[in-house]
Design a binder for this molecule. Structure first.
Ligand SMILES: NC(=O)c1ccc[n+]([C@@H]2O[C@H](COP(=O)([O-])OP(=O)(O)OC[C@H]3O[C@@H](n4cnc5c(N)ncnc54)[C@H](O)[C@@H]3O)[C@@H](O)[C@H]2O)c1
Length: 250
């Protein structure tokens, strides 16, 4: 039997790189997709069984070429992890159309485009999609008009994919990570935000890249063979608690 494969977008660092390494430990070949060329080449250089492909997931032509290259090199696509994302926190009044589009084109358009480009190969392999949204898509909050809305869109897009592609045996699930101290998060998390997250999260800490990656790998595995159309928070309990009342704290 041919070795199983996975495509991970945004694989040059953070959650995508950690997920790549976990897939490799499972014996998969991994196509690492990113638009940051130096970071991608550096990340891939120490790894075996990877295919680094430079691609901006928001650009339809690049995505079509990426999917064709992975199919040509690997011969099959068993898993697609739509992880590439950008964050931009700002008030609605200051989020001009350019800022809005910059977030949407990667976070939402990218998921749509990559999934569509890989659909035929995923159907042939009865493969699996995992889309990375965020707790910011589960709960509205200030400053997340573009980011939060893009991630809420990803959650629904996942359910559309599960509804339509289930007939071919393709599963689609969505993960909503809580805060993880990656470059993306640290660019928008002030010390105040960091302290507030610690306070509001039952497990009292940020998650690690591997803690998110482990759930991604599980959802792509045969162990999750009857799981599809689900939105799963991997967030230390943040979503389950709602707004905490300071006077009820221990
Ligand atoms: N870190 C967190 O706290 C957190 C929380 C919730 C959700 N997420 C989501 O997890 C995912 C991974 O984030 P991370 O924290 O690892 O971020 P990160 O910035 O460390 O990594 C993101 C990677 O995506 C790549 N990328 C961005 N736009 C791209 C594009 N258009 N085409 C190709 N590559 C692109 C970047 O170059 C980078 O390598 C994102 O979708 C993010 O929204 C992160």
């Amino acid at each position: 039997m041919m070795q199983k494969t996975a495509i991970v977008t945004g694989a040059a660092r953070g959650i995508g790189l950690a997920t790549t390494k976990l897939f490799l430990e499972e014996g998969r070949r991994v196509a690492m997709i990113d638009r940051d060329v130096p970071a991608l080449m550096e990340a891939a250089s120490g790894l075996e069984n990877v295919l680094p492909v430079v691609c901006d997931v928001s650009q339809p032509d690049q995505v079509t070429a990426m999917a064709a290259e992975v199919e040509a090199q690997f011969g099959r696509i068993d898993a697609l992890v739509n992880n590439a994302g950008v964050a931009d926190f700002g008030p609605i009044d200051e989020t001009d159309f350019e800022r809005w589009r910059r977030v949407m084109e990667t976070n939402l358009d990218g998921v749509f485009l990559c999934s569509q480009a890989c659909a035929t190969a995923l159907k042939a392999a009865k493969g699996s999609i995992v889309n990375i949204a965020s707790i910011s898509g589960l709960r509205a909050s200030t400053l997340r008009v573009a980011y939060g809305t893009s991630k809420a869109g990803v959650m629904h897009l996942t359910q559309q994919q599960a509804a339509e592609w289930g007939e071919w045996g393709v599963r689609a699930n969505c993960i909503c990570p809580g805060p993880v101290a990656t470059k993306l998060a640290m660019a928008v998390h002030t010390q105040d935000i960091i302290d507030a997250y610690h306070d509001a999260i039952p497990l009292n800490r940020y998650g690690s890249e591997e803690e998110i990656g482990n759930v991604i790998v599980f959802l792509c595995s045969d162990k999750a063979s009857y799981v599809t159309g689900q939105v799963i928070a991997v967030d230390g309990g943040f979503q389950s608690t709602g707004i905490g009342l300071p006077s009820l704290r221990l």
